[in-house]
Design a protein around this ligand. Sequence first.
Ligand code: SF4
Ligand code: SF4
Length: 422
Amino acid sequence: MEQHYAKWQQQLVKCIRCGTCRSVCPVFQVSDNENTTARGKVKLLEAVSEGKLALTPELQARMSKCLLCKACAPGCPSGVRTDELFLSARRALAVKNGLPIAKKLAFTGLTYRKLFDLGLKMGAAFQSIVFKDAPGGRGKLARFPLPGAGLSQRRIIPPLASTPLRSRLPETSKVASPKARVAFYTGCMLNYVYPESGEAIVKILKAHDVEVVIPARQSCCGTPAFTSGDYQVGRYLAEENVKVLAAGNYDAIITGCASCGAALKHEYGAIIEDPAVKTAWEALAAKVKDITQFVAEVGLKQDLREVKAKITYHDPCHLVRGMGVTKEPRQLLKAIPGVEYAEMKDAAKCCGAGGTFSMAYYDIARTINDWKLDNAEKTGAGILATGCSACRMHITDGLGQRGSSMRVLHTAEIIAQAYGLD
Ligand code: SF4
Ligand code: SF4
């Protein structure tokens, strides 16, 4: 533990208590509680590192009241890496106090890839027992309270796909004269919940004469586990993914989900311990690209079809601050004929999903989401494009509860429409 504290102190001493992080923290803006700001958390961790405060379950609850949206880190004038600090603190707290049994079981389940896959396929077949259709066909609502699942009965969730993406497509999608061969890392959400977005990504890549491999042995990226502090599971999944992706010697690793991309590109660096796997990851990380980065680099195809729609764009935290992707989706959307692009206010502000945050603190997550929806609806757009499945799910829930007609699509689905591939 002491080695954690020594690392923390290198960051903690930099904090000059200026409070800049207060102005950008969505959780503070709802709760008006200093302890929820980065500055407040820094103070708490300082007390821990000085032996004045123990790693108690109460502290664990306070550290969990954070979206890990990374908004506080880039604006900090002293360069305190609050994002890395809070992840490390969650890890130390989980080691000391453990995690709720439902979470621990769910994360452990992720390490049994075939069993997890079977479980979700069975879940898709039997979901109508537990869930009913939400009004307006936007998704599903729980029929009864689900204790331990952290699922509000108000919450509209997307149905599990009857056939996951990786069962719809061959492991290798060939093209006549390949200019490149890439791996498409689908992650869980594109595979089990939004396979149509994954199909759009494969179609786009093939339209650019790229051979696409969807490695069947890929596992969950591990984000839900390691952001909750379960580094044992997070590390296992990270190392499995790196081994599988490194074995293929691909020209690029394409992602379509912001959280998977940020994990593969950056966050695995703090998780992987095996030196050989770490070396393999370093080579791999440079090849990880979001699909919008890929298309922006090679350039949109010519002879685009008109897409008659007014579109706004929401920056997922893990794309804008996690992968540094912000201009590419806008550039692509604006270049599609027929698209009227409308920038929303605070497009890069977190939508309130925050992974498991929105399960634990649904009311706070909804308030933060309402600001996003207000800004999105003010643009008059009919479509909100984004590149993160968790944001899509949370925003769709909010729109459904408002009875809004705005639809949420993955940016790749709009590009596929323009390519005439829908
Ligand atoms: S912005 Fe940085 S230096 Fe200022 S209070 Fe927050 S963490 Fe400390
Ligand atoms: S990561 Fe986001 S929610 Fe957490 S303290 Fe920083 S700004 Fe607030």
